[in-house]
Every structure is written in C-alpha cells, then in structure tokens.
Design a protein around this ligand. Structure first.
Ligand SMILES: Cc1cc2nc3c(=O)[nH]c(=O)nc-3n(C[C@H](O)[C@H](O)[C@H](O)COP(=O)(O)OP(=O)(O)OC[C@H]3O[C@@H](n4cnc5c(N)ncnc54)[C@H](O)[C@@H]3O)c2cc1C
Length: 251
C-alpha cells in the first residue's frame, strides 16, 4: 500500500489471529508453521534450526530486528515480492501452502502458489493459514545471499536443500530469489544431482544451470551479467554448505 501498488476501501487487521496462527509444530514427517509466525520466532526456533538450518541462514539476513519482530511468514509469502527470501527457502524445502476461505481449505505447492510478481493463488475471500514442510531423512539445507548493505533485499540469493544416502544425493532442490518474476524451483538442477556423489565439478554444473535458468533484470542492484554470476556462485555455495551440514550430522 505504501508503494501505491494497491489501495483498498477496507483493511482487515489479522493480528487478532496471532494466538491461533503462530506456531511451529513438528508432527510425524512434517513441520507445520502457522502463517502468523513472526520472523523472530523462525530465527530463534532451535527445532527449526536442527531440521532446516536454512531458516536461520535466511532470517539472519532479512531486514532488521524491528521488521523481524513484526513481519510474518504468511505476509512474506503473500507479498510475493520476487526478492523475498522466505519464498526461495520454502521453494527449496518443497513446502506446501494451506489456503483457507469460507468454502473450505486447499493445499497448493509453491509452484502453484505464485501467479506472477506480487500475485498469489490466495483468493479475495481467503487467507494463507499454514506452511507445511516435509521432513525427510538424510537432508540439510543452506541459504546464501548477496545484498548491497546489511538488511537490504537480495541482489541475488540461492536456497538449496539436499538429501543424501550412502554418499549419493537422493534429491536436491534449489530456489533463487531476485532473478526473475517469481521464485521457482529449477528442476534441471534436481535432475542433474539425483544419484550423483557431491563434487566441486558437479556443483559447478549446477551453478551454471542456475545462471542459465534465471531471468534477472538490470537495476540499481546490478547488471544482468552480475546477477547471473551470483546465481551461479551462490548456488554452488549453498549446495556445498548443505552437504557439509549433512556430513556433520553423520559425524
Ligand atoms: C524495511 C524493510 C526491509 C525488508 N527487508 C527484507 C529482506 O531483506 N528480505 C525479505 O525477504 N523481506 C524483507 N522485508 C519484508 C518483510 O520480510 C516482511 O515480513 C514482509 O513484507 C511481510 O510483512 P507482514 O507479515 O507484516 O505482512 P504485510 O505487510 O501485512 O502483508 C503483506 C501482504 O500479504 C498479505 N497477507 C499478509 N498475511 C497474509 C495471510 N496470512 N494470508 C493472506 N494474505 C496475507 C497482505 O494483505 C499484504 O498484501 C522488508 C520489509 C521492510 C519494511
């Protein structure tokens, strides 16, 4: 509203739902996070850090403590800003979004959640209530971001999640922020990495795919070429950091 991207006759403050929709619950093979969970809670949750260290990586570099004390996971995803850090995180973690309206509830993947910049699948009479993250064994994750100054939006960032068994990658997902109209996964990277043993050469090829797949625009934050370079380099680093964390768990 401040940017005059939208104006409304009526504004509903959903902070009254905070008690109901602010939680981080690990149940079985899933973590459920209420849409009104604030950045600060995502940053400080030890349980989330243990399962998905990528959240703490990202939260450390989102805005500043004032914003993190008030901003929510749901607000971040629903803002659908192409530079939004948590969208890349949720994409890498293969999250699904629970949308509720007077007609009931539906669950959509991150791929289906975004309709375009600043546009989501949430309808006029609906809200996002929960984000669900599958918990799979042998996995870890990492987030790497370049920003112009501390707390700024990303010039480019890369979110990676990797799952391994017996020295081989069983699955991997990468999401990029700030280099296209939406944050979406890069299936070609997942296909490249599945079944392979991690190596510098393999992750260099994954970085090259990230640079190829993104569609950055030149702006005050950098040139197209610079952002593609960052997509490449940050993807390599996020994948390497994920694998290092998996190895530490096994140590
Ligand atoms: C100075 C500043 C710096 C920032 N820097 C960063 C940064 O570096 N990285 C980053 O990722 N983000 C950054 N942000 C954004 C920040 O992460 C906010 O948390 C985010 O904008 C959402 O705020 P909010 O939860 O208050 O949602 P709001 O601003 O209240 O809402 C955002 C949009 O989502 C809708 N909405 C909110 N909740 C729901 C819901 N549950 N269901 C349906 N629709 C909903 C609202 O109607 C609105 O359209 C920054 C923000 C500021 C002000």
């Amino acid at each position: 509203m401040k940017l005059r991207l939208a104006s409304f006759d009526t504004l509903i403050d959903i902070n009254g739902l905070h008690d109901e929709l602010s939680y981080i619950r690990h149940e079985g093979d899933e973590v459920r996070i209420g849409a009104l969970t604030r950045h600060r809670d995502l940053l400080e949750s030890q349980e989330l850090f243990t399962l998905f260290p990528i959240f703490r990586d990202a939260e450390h570099v989102i805005a500043d403590p004032v914003v993190r004390n008030r901003g929510t996971l749901g607000g971040s995803l629903c803002q659908a800003d192409p530079s939004e850090d948590l969208s890349a995180v949720c994409t890498a973690l293969n999250a699904s979004c629970v949308i509720r309206g007077s007609d009931g509830e539906r669950v959509v993947s991150m791929e289906d959640f975004y309709r375009g910049p600043y546009e989501t699948a949430v309808g006029d009479a609906e809200i996002l209530t929960e984000v669900r993250l599958p918990v799979r064994p042998g996995g870890s994750s990492a987030y790497r971001k370049v920003e112009r100054r501390a707390g700024d939006w990303a010039v480019t960032s890369s979110a990676a999640a990797v799952w391994m068994s017996e020295g081989k990658i069983t699955d991997a997902r990468v999401g990029l922020a700030a280099v296209g109209p939406n944050t979406t996964g890069i299936p070609a990277i997942s296909e490249l990495l599945r079944g392979q043993a991690p190596s510098d050469e393999l992750f260099s090829r994954a970085g090259a795919l990230a640079a190829e797949a993104c569609t950055p625009a030149q702006d005050l934050r950098g040139t197209v070429e610079y952002k593609r370079h960052l997509a490449n380099e940050l993807t390599k680093r996020a994948l390497n950091a994920s694998v290092e964390r998996i190895n530490e768990q096994g140590a």
